[in-house]
Write a protein of this length. Structure first.
Length: 300
């Protein structure tokens, strides 16, 4: 797959240009409550700005560190103010004085209530963060799914002890409804997923690095991510440079655009070309195992 096709295969949930230009995620919202996963770091994080002119009635953000969730409550039954949630309503709402959601962060699940169908286009930057699971609790989470080859829930959570008794719920017609293990996962959707114990499970592809992005410079012309396969099924990972990024990947000691992952961490090094690289923010794509990541690079 070439980078030119990137914006075509993500469907209704996500359309991205390179980070050095403009990144966008399009939220397709239906009347009532929607459970979405915002992948980008929004350019305008203030919900009053982000949802200006849209028929958005309420936005809720779950706070996983406030309390464990052992049973699900449909969005219509949620209180307007709760220690487990931050909420926002438009300034024109009589209840706007209850607002405590002032900024919307990157890579976060949101419940959004709209009065009519609409599209909300969020501009911002690609971002990455590992999923943080709360044990013996439901977790509201979204995933980096490959929209052209999405995995089933059973495939995604293959061999994860913390998710053996797979319990996943998706918001349909304002109610949380259980999905089947054979159902396909969707990009841009946030699900409630039961995690029976502490876990750092990330899906079929596990990525680790230090910081918010890979940082390079004229003095530091390479940076490394570490990758491994989770589960018992094979994963072949392909790589693709973002627009304007003159660099190569070094895997297993040689230049490579693909990597067969094992169950041990393997280094993948991003190496700048000899011709140099303008300072700026860029990105690259990793794809495989039913997952797809657009990862940020900072050059200074």
């Amino acid at each position: 797959m070439t980078l030119r096709n990137w914006g075509n295969f993500l469907g209704v949930f996500l359309g991205l240009a390179s980070w050095s230009e403009a990144a966008e995620q399009t939220l397709e919202l239906t009347p009532g409550w929607n459970s979405i996963y915002l992948e980008l770091k929004p350019e305008h994080s203030d919900p009053e700005v982000l949802f200006a002119g849209q028929p958005v009635e309420m936005v809720s953000l779950w706070l996983p560190d406030k309390a464990k969730v052992d049973s699900l409550v449909d969005p219509e039954a949620l209180p307007e103010r709760s220690p487990q949630w931050r909420t926002w309503q438009p300034a024109s709402s009589p209840s706007a004085f209850l607002n405590n959601l002032r900024a919307i962060p990157a890579r976060t699940p949101l419940l959004i209530k709209v009065t009519s169908a609409c599209q909300v286009t969020v501009s911002g930057e690609p971002a990455f963060a590992r999923t943080k699971w709360t044990g013996t609790s439901f977790n509201l989470v979204g995933f980096d799914i490959d929209s052209t080859a999405p995995p089933t829930f059973a495939r995604f959570f293959d061999d994860s002890r913390a998710h053996e008794d797979l319990k996943v719920f998706r918001l349909i017609a304002n109610r949380w409804q259980k999905v089947a293990p054979t159902d396909l996962m969707k990009r841009g959707v946030a699900y409630w997923v039961w995690c029976k114990e502490g876990s750092d499970f990330q899906g079929p592809v596990d990525i680790t690095w230090v910081g918010e992005s890979l940082s390079l410079s004229s003095q530091k012309q390479s940076a490394t991510v570490r990758l491994r396969r989770n589960g018992s099924l094979p994963v072949s990972l392909t790589t693709e440079m973002g627009s304007g990024l003159a660099a190569t990947f070094i895997g297993s000691g040689s230049q490579s655009s693909s990597l067969d992952l094992t169950d041990s961490y393997q280094p993948l090094t991003l190496q700048l070309g000899e011709e140099g690289q303008s300072a700026g923010k860029y990105s690259f794509v990793l794809q495989g195992g039913g997952m797809q990541f657009r990862l940020p690079v900072s050059i200074y």
